[in-house]
Design a binder for this molecule. Structure first.
Ligand SMILES: *[C@@H]1O[C@H](CO)[C@@H](O)[C@H](O)[C@H]1NC(C)=O
Length: 350
């Protein structure tokens, strides 16, 4: 009984040792990766010791959002940085470009979050299209000729959001709505979607509607979680063939013999039905067309509603109601009043 236990123990020890080795290797690997990333990030320091390294050459930000442009700089030892600032202009011989923070357009919503050592991050709040520009970090030291600019600069693009909807959507289609940006956002955000102002569940830049139905029609907009900015609303129009096709009859109750009745066909369709066709029950060729149809003959009729997405038949409607239509008095208001007066007259004379 003890032997297998010991064997298990030994195997256990071996596994533990192996794990420890693997962990150490992983740690070493990670260290190496971090160093490598750091090297890449800090870039190749210029041979003479002057350098500005931006973390990316271009930045795409959502309108109204805040951006932080990361940046590191270096200079030969013995120098002490006197001034470190961002500008939209390239240094030309002699002149010093204007500090962004002195510009009324930027004052109050931009901040130099770097220092006078090696960090040169810039933070801009509430960015707008007007901020689209190239930005350069520049610094000046206490030594003669101690001026350097990161001439590569950072290109800032500012985008809004636009919902892209397929032009023609038919009920039953598989539809994808896309929240479009004009540049690819540097920080992937969580998107939010709304239909008629109500939040939907998608959190990516696409909204998938599997089997689109009439209920999916409405006004859509997208936004980014945590940002005030939202896209304009776009209407999703779902087209479908006629449904609920029915015939109504007027006048609807008692009729004088021989008078005509009007049958009206109605339906629910998108686009609305313009093309109604009338048939007499039992007949195969149409007897009329149009939204309404006037009949004098007795018989039963139905209509067919059609648009470019389909057609549907109504139930059959008799032009007379169970045969009573031909014998009953015409119940116009004047006649009713006349009868009432007559009754009063008779009652009074008794
Ligand atoms: C953001 O900037 C816009 C102009 O681009 C301005 O109308 C708006 O009031 C600003 N919002 C905030 C919160 O400062």
């Amino acid at each position: 009984m003890r032997r297998p236990n010991r064997a298990v123990e030994i195997i256990g020890q071996r596994i533990r040792r192996l794990c420890r080795n693997v962990a150490m290797l992983t740690l070493l690997r990670m260290n190496f990766t971090v160093s490598l990333v750091f090297l890449l990030f800090s870039g190749v320091v210029a041979q003479d010791g002057w350098a500005v390294n931006y973390n990316s050459k271009s930045f795409c930000a959502l309108k109204g959002s805040a951006v932080t442009i990361e940046c590191f700089y270096s200079y030969p030892s013995g120098h002490s940085v006197q001034k470190a600032f961002w500008t939209k202009e390239l240094v030309t011989s002699g002149s010093e470009p204007p500090d962004l923070l002195d510009d009324p357009e930027y004052r109050g919503r931009s901040q130099y979050s770097g220092d006078k050592q090696q960090d040169c991050a810039l933070r801009l709040k509430n960015v707008s299209e007007k901020d689209q520009s190239k930005y350069y970090f520049t610094f000046i030291t206490d030594q003669p000729g101690g001026k350097y600019q990161g001439a590569g600069g950072v290109d800032l693009s500012v985008t809004d959001l636009q919902v892209e909807v397929p032009e023609r959507v038919i009920e039953g289609d598989k539809v994808t709505l896309t929240c479009k940006t004009s540049c690819s956002l540097s920080v992937i955000p969580t998107f939010t979607w709304y239909r008629n102002g109500h939040r939907l569940s998608s959190s990516t830049d696409q909204l998938h509607l599997q089997l689109v139905s009439r209920e999916d029609a409405g006004r859509y907009h997208c936004a980014v979680l945590g940002q005030n900015f939202r896209s304009p609303e776009v209407t999703l129009n779902v087209r479908y063939g006629p449904k609920s096709v029915s015939v109504s009859i007027s006048p609807s109750s008692e009729r004088v013999k021989g008078s005509s009745v009007t049958l009206t066909c109605s339906s629910n369709a998108n686009p609305p039905v313009l093309n109604y066709t009338w048939f007499k029950e039992g007949g195969s060729s149409p007897v009329g067309s149009g939204h309404s149809y006037s009949v004098q003959q007795r018989g039963s009729y139905y209509c067919v509603a059609q648009n470019e997405y389909g057609s549907q038949k109504s139930a059959v409607m008799p032009s007379t109601l169970n045969g009573v239509g031909h014998t009953v008095l015409y119940a116009a208001p004047g006649v009713t009043v006349g009868c009432a007066c007559l009754s009063v007259f008779i009652a009074a004379s008794l």
